[in-house]
Design a protein around this ligand. Structure first.
Ligand SMILES: [Zn+2]
Ligand SMILES: [Zn+2]
Length: 898
């Protein structure tokens, strides 16, 4: 068993995250804290981590995911729930294959040269390396996930889940193979789903082309953005109500370049407002035309090879690249007088999400899932509240997409991924669809069968992730206990890709929702609010960042200001704020530990403190009350997933109230020689509790400080072995003392206002100022703090006249009106009035002289005509600035003469 790392008696002067982080992570790991105990009496808290792709290292978006999920997991674990955060990685089909193909390219190789088997081997080497890197980086981020359950989408279990789900859907006739228009990436040489295509607005051209009619010497003119597709036209269509084409309907046209005769048909789908009103129909290369062709019984002519060169159907252009073909055909049309005109035209063009190559819509035989029957229960689950989406505004987005869902093309012409579990029989032509590798045709028994060469869309396995990681399709203890999971925390950008599909497949496979809450976080942007990208060069690498500022600082910066669904800005100042906060806590703890009395004294002080709450000094009751109200507010914010605000409240309490005020007040008591109750128990109690409150956000520094503190506590102080398995603080209502808060807040306000006045009048730091404090309601409560006010505001004497009459009205006073009191400071106590008056008068005279000089100059015609306009303007600006300053100086002088 692991030993608690050695803690020195005296804390080092400064916090060095690098020295601390690894030590504690290792300790937690060895203690097995990340692995939940299955306890049927308790409801577990479960998050399945969105698996990062094996495409390289973690980026800052992953660091945000890890931070938020770790906050949730640590919090629930401290609440005593068996907390499972299950980590994993995704084989990332096309994305990973593209990366390795690029590496091969550097060696002058293609995947085809290598062959399927060798290529897959290379993929595995790459994936295993990434898997290790990713796990190591998560550990550095402090992720408290259960590494014993770590999963990879291509592992045996998830792979069996993929095949089982496929076979079941196939048997329910929800998976089918058919010819449809799909998005084809010529570079990746694969089909893509609609979601994997990025649409970009492109300024291109609209070409008007004349097709001669078969009889007579008339023409029909069509407009197109892709003239090379003319070669694949199988009709011209017009709207049946378009009077302009009445005479041409039913006639035949001759396709330029290839001289194919095609019919002129009518179809309701034709928009008479586009181009000439007559449109070319290219069913094999346009989804709308494909549907027209289905309705009209038109031919499909595919003109492209998989690499987007022209195939044998392209006549004279065979073998040309699609864009070269475009040029060639335009030149030929022009030569034949068939190109009527060319207009600039901006339209949306699909690009491959992975390689940015222009997509070609191509009619192709692929595997699809029929989505509407799967969407229906997934819509119901959100409508009836079994699943809540946070923030709520995404519910509408989800429902809208699901209600208009289209069939999902799941086959990919790639090598890296789950091979489609379908075998084609060469004897009888039937399909064998099976979970286990088929050896013979299930229809005729022939051994002459061949597996479909394609793999499944990587999102198919992702869609099963919540249950495949817990053992499905087997009926495992994990599946029983941890499924449905609690929260799916991920970026809003993959709501459709992933979240929606998990809901559909979870319900389909298990009849239960995969999670109860979907929490969508935003994107991480740079200081200017721009998306981070390698091209812009504004990418922050999470590991470099945590090495520079410390992991806790990075985590704090990432959760700072975060709220559901909103993007966050990661700025240097936030990272610095995170580091400064860790240092502030370090110094505060170091001070408290250095102030601890010997054990026996501490035990008796602790005993005295425990006697009765209302015997404690007001400031003790104040800080305890504030602590408890912070705990209850933080708890309800965390229940609402408002981590940014929860974190801010813990930070503000610790820094703005505990460190800045309570510790300062306590120092006065510690220095006092009189009979005062020691503040030590309260200092320790508040610090220890606050560290636990903060732990989910800053796990490393809180553990280090807590261990230092724990070591010096009396043995009866309840403590666990590590802060991460200590209880999360719970608010105690009886400790809330609003009157104490009112009093101390007034005292703080008084001190602060005097300090501000001193700063405003630039009072020398050694000088004492006088202060009279009026407070009709709180005087008697504040009077005991006069010594405190003296010390902390450097004010002497501090008096509390019971009414204005008691103190004679004074001239030359500064009156500070506060929430529940008024502070009056005689000006004389802040500044030497005579000297100040003299100084002001001298400054006024000097500025008056300058004003006079400038005014004379600006009245001088010769100057005004000769000098360049910029110079005149500059002098005018100078005059305005001087006049303004003069006014303010005069006002100040009046204040001193009243
Ligand atoms: Zn591509
Ligand atoms: Zn057969």
């Amino acid at each position: 068993m692991a030993q608690t790392p050695n803690i020195q008696y005296e804390m080092p002067k400064a916090y060095e995250p690098g020295k601390v982080e690894q030590k504690w992570y290792q300790f937690w790991l060895e203690k097995g804290y990340f692995k939940p105990k299955i306890d049927p009496e308790k409801k577990p808290f479960v998050i399945i981590m969105p698996p990062p792709n094996v495409t390289g290292e973690l980026h800052i978006g992953h660091a945000l995911t890890a931070t938020l999920e770790d906050i949730l997991t640590r919090w629930h674990r401290m609440k005593g729930e068996p907390a499972l955060w299950l980590p994993g990685v995704d084989h990332a089909g096309i994305a990973a294959q593209v990366v390795v193909e690029q590496l091969l390219e550097e060696e002058g190789l293609t995947r085809h040269q290598l062959g399927r088997e060798k290529f897959i081997e290379r993929m595995w080497q790459w994936a295993n390396r990434c898997r290790q890197t990713i796990a190591g980086q998560h550990q550095r981020l402090g992720a408290s996930c259960d590494w014993s359950r770590e999963c990879f989408t291509l592992d045996e279990g998830p792979s069996r889940a993929v095949r089982t789900a496929f076979v079941r859907l196939y048997e329910k006739r929800l998976i089918y193979r058919g010819e449809r228009i799909i998005n084809w990436c010529p570079r990746c040489a694969t089909a893509l789903s609609d979601l994997e295509v990025d649409h970009k607005e492109i300024t291109g051209h609209l070409y008007y082309v004349r097709y001669p009619l078969a009889e007579g010497n008339q023409f029909i003119t069509v407009a197109t953005t892709r003239p090379e597709t003319i070669l694949g036209d199988t009709a011209v269509a017009v709207n049946p109500n378009d009077e302009r084409f009445k005479a041409k309907i039913g006639k035949k046209a001759i396709l330029p370049a290839v001289n194919r005769v095609i019919p002129i048909v009518t179809d309701e789908a034709v928009d008479p407002g586009f181009g000439t009103g007559a449109v070319k129909i290219t069913p094999a290369h346009d989804p709308v035309d494909f549907e027209v062709a289905q309705r009209q019984g038109l031919l499909l002519v595919n003109i492209l090879n998989p690499d987007a060169t022209m195939n044998e159907n392209a006549g004279p252009y065979v073998g040309l690249d699609r864009f070269a073909c475009r040029k060639a055909i335009l030149a030929d049309l022009e030569k034949d007088g068939l190109l009527v005109k060319v207009e600039p035209y901006s339209h949306s063009v699909g690009h491959c999400q992975r390689c940015q190559t222009t997509i070609e819509p191509i009619a192709s035989k692929q595997w699809f899932i029929t989505m509407p029957p799967l969407a229906k229960p997934a819509i119901d689950a959100v409508l009836d509240g079994r699943i809540t989406i946070i923030p709520g505004r995404f519910t509408k987005v989800y429902l809208n997409w699901m209600e208009n869902i289209r069939d999902w093309c799941i086959s990919r012409q790639l090598w890296w991924g789950h091979r489609i579990p379908v075998w084609y029989c060469q004897e009888c032509g039937e399909l064998t669809v099976a979970v286990k590798d088929a050896k013979a045709c299930s229809h005729c028994g022939s051994a002459k069968i061949e597996q479909d060469p394609d793999v499944l869309d990587t999102w198919f396995s992702s869609a099963l992730w919540t249950h495949s990681t817990l053992g499905w399709p087997d009926d495992t203890e994990d599946l029983h206990y941890f499924y449905p999971t609690a929260v799916m925390e991920t970026g809003y950008d993959i709501l459709f890709f992933w979240v929606a599909r998990m809901i559909m497949m979870g319900l389909e496979d298990t009849s239960a929702v995969p999670f109860h809450t979907v929490y969508l976080h935003g994107l991480v942007r740079d200081e200017k609010g721009e998306k981070m990208s390698k091209i812009k060069g504004n990418v922050l690498n999470p590991i470099d960042t945590l090495e520079k500022y410390g992991t806790d600082a990075l985590r704090l910066a990432l959760s700072m200001g975060t709220s559901p669904g909103n993007d966050i800005k990661l700025t240097t100042s936030r990272l610095e704020a995170g580091r400064n906060f860790a240092n502030k806590l370090w110094n505060a703890t170091r001070f408290i530990i250095r102030s601890l009395p010997p054990q026996e004294e501490f035990v008796s002080a602790w005993a005295a403190y425990k006697v009765s709450l209302d015997k404690l000094p007001v400031e003790d009751r104040w800080i305890l009350s504030r602590l408890n109200r912070t705990i209850s507010s933080v708890t309800s914010l965390m229940e609402d997933f408002q981590f940014g605000e929860a974190q801010r409240q813990i930070h503000d309490f610790l820094w703005g109230e505990f460190c800045d005020w309570y510790i300062e007040l306590a120092k006065i008591r510690l220095r006092s020689t009189g009979e005062v109750l020691s503040p030590i128990p309260v200092l320790v109690y508040v610090l220890e509790t606050s560290l636990r409150l903060l732990h989910p956000y800053m796990p490393f520094v809180t553990e280090e400080l807590w261990q230092h503190l724990k070591q010096r506590l009396p043995s009866e102080w309840p403590a666990t072995e590590s802060i991460m398995v200590a209880a999360y603080p719970e608010a105690e209502d009886k400790v809330v003392d609003l009157q104490a808060e009112r009093v101390i807040e007034s005292v703080i306000e008084i001190i602060r206002s005097i300090r501000n006045a001193r700063a405003q009048y630039q009072v020398e730091s050694r000088r004492w100022v006088e202060a009279q404090i009026y407070s009709s309601q709180l005087s008697s409560a504040i009077i005991p703090y006069s010594q405190t006010i003296q010390t902390l505001a450097r004010a002497r004497p501090v008096t509390f006249p019971s009414s204005r009459e008691e103190a004679p009205p004074q001239e030359n006073t500064l009156v500070l009106v506060l929430k529940e009191s008024e502070v009056i400071i005689p000006m004389e106590s802040m500044v030497d009035l005579e000297a100040e008056r003299k100084r002001l008068q001298e400054e006024i005279e000097q500025i008056q002289a300058e004003v006079a000089r400038l005014e004379t100059m600006l009245r001088d015609r010769a100057f005004l005509t000769k000098a360049p306009a910029v110079v005149v303007d500059r002098e005018r600006d100078k005059l305005a600035i001087r006049k303004d300053k003069l006014g303010r100086l005069k006002q100040q002088l009046i204040r001193f003469q009243a």
